[in-house]
Design a protein around this ligand. Structure first.
Ligand code: ACO
Length: 388
């Protein structure tokens, strides 16, 4: 067999696989044309609205949108709560990503979501956008209820606050400072959207078959769970815990490299000169650990992180990605490791659903080709030989 002179890019690296008006990485990260440096001065609600509806909200739109997210978070179907209760007894140690994946799938079944009505009219886009808004609120509520159930805490009503403050309060089960809520909100803004990453592409592929929003999001959550994508933020904290002290950084990295294992929170398929989101969040992290109510022990963790960062740059020329500071921000906010990637889900629900709606509005089945690299054509053996 003659080999293709230009074999396909492994992992579709460098391949432009479609068009989007939602996000661009050219020069810097922009959502709908606005730079991420500007957007972090606003709120998660403002960004989610922008992603879903294409324009920034005016104050009245923003209030109404915030209220709709709160209403969705306060209104998980009883059946979903019962299911979580049963699962919390049957499999309390299950990955929280599995809980969200199953939860979103169940919400789709309860909503009888059979996909968009054809043809895709402006009314249908509005109906899908409302479904997306519900999913963002419900995703946050699923996470909070599961944590209550598996830590023997009495579930409390969803706080009437913006999503970041409300979710942080529900996960911590105590009031949170404005500085903590703002830092958490910034992580949600930075995690909200990132063009054709693996989970978003999975969601668009499912949508392209004419399937429904809940199915597409279920697939996206499965893709995000992997440690090369969203799961990296949980591994970052495990790494820092394993290393323990700055003196251990060099031997730990040497062992890791010798075993040809990647260091989570470093490198990126697109950003080869550094991830703009990591730079922005590192500043937030530095301010946060010096703010009121944050234990001084976090300063040591930051020194350790700085040492790892310097060594990664020196030895591999690699810079951190968003997961590197995000893990440390969540740890400083007193959150348990198992909720790190699920928080990414809550934020990315806004980006995924914006892409799902964009795909619905201008759809063609996503069905690429593959280059065959198996056996040459060969004769099927006669029946007698098959028995041998
Ligand atoms: N640690 C050590 N070495 C690395 C790392 C890393 N984190 N990232 C890349 N490299 C090495 C690769 O092993 C490769 O070395 P080689 O040429 O000797 O084989 C070289 O750098 C080039 O890397 P690529 O293979 O081109 O990277 P790719 O674009 O395929 O992968 C990825 C990108 C998956 C993010 C990779 O950098 C990685 O595994 N990082 C760790 C996981 C992680 O942090 N994921 C989060 C992504 S961001 C997000 O989801 C918000």
């Amino acid at each position: 067999m003659t080999a293709n002179p230009t074999p396909p890019a492994r992992g579709l690296a460098g391949v432009t696989a479609g068009r989007t008006a939602i996000c661009s990485l050219a020069g810097t990260l922009r959502y709908r044309g606005y730079t991420i440096d500007d957007l972090v001065t606003g709120s998660f609600e403002e960004v989610a609205y922008l992603l879903l509806r294409g324009e920034l909200p005016n104050p009245a739109d923003l209030t109404a949108f915030t209220t709709r997210l709160q209403a969705a978070a306060s209104d998980l179907p009883e059946t979903a709560i019962h299911m979580l209760e049963r699962l919390a007894t049957a499999a309390p140690r299950a990955s929280v990503m599995d809980v969200l994946r199953t939860g979103v799938s169940l919400l789709g079944q309860l909503a009888c979501d059979d996909g968009p009505n054809q043809p895709i009219t402006a009314e249908e886009i509005e109906r899908q956008t409302r479904l997306a808004e519900r999913l963002i609120g419900q995703g946050a509520a699923l996470l909070a209820v599961w944590i209550d159930l598996t830590t023997s805490r009495q579930p409390v009503p969803w706080p009437e606050k913006p999503l970041a403050a409300a979710l942080l309060e529900r996960l911590r089960h105590e009031p949170v400072t404005a500085a903590a809520a703002k830092a958490f909100d910034t992580t949600l803004i930075l995690y909200a959207e990132h063009e054709f990453n693996a989970s978003t592409f999975a969601a668009r592929t499912v949508t392209s078959t004419g399937s429904d929003m809940h199915s597409a999001v279920t697939a996206a959550i499965g893709a995000l769970k992997g440690p090369l994508h969203g799961g990296a933020n949980e591994k970052v904290l495990e790494h820092l815990g394993d290393i323990g002290i700055p003196e251990r950084v060099e031997p730990w990295l040497a062992e890791r490299f010798a075993a040809r294992r990647v260091v989570m929170g470093f490198g990126h398929r697109v950003y080869k000169q550094g991830d703009v989101r990591a730079r922005l969040l590192a500043d937030v992290c530095r301010r946060l650990i010096r703010s009121e109510g944050i234990p001084k022990s976090h300063l040591h963790l930051e020194q350790l992180a700085d040492t790892v960062e310097a060594q990664m740059l020196e030895q591999k020329g690699l810079k951190p990605n968003l997961d590197w500071p995000a893990a440390r921000v969540y740890h400083a906010l007193g959150l348990p490791i198992q909720v790190f990637t699920p928080i990414f889900v809550v934020a990315r629900l806004s980006g995924w659903t914006a892409h799902i709606i964009e795909q619905m509005g201008d759809n063609r089945l996503i069905r690429p080709l593959s280059e065959y690299c198996g056996p040459e054509p060969r004769p099927y053996p006669p029946p007698a030989e098959q028995l041998d």
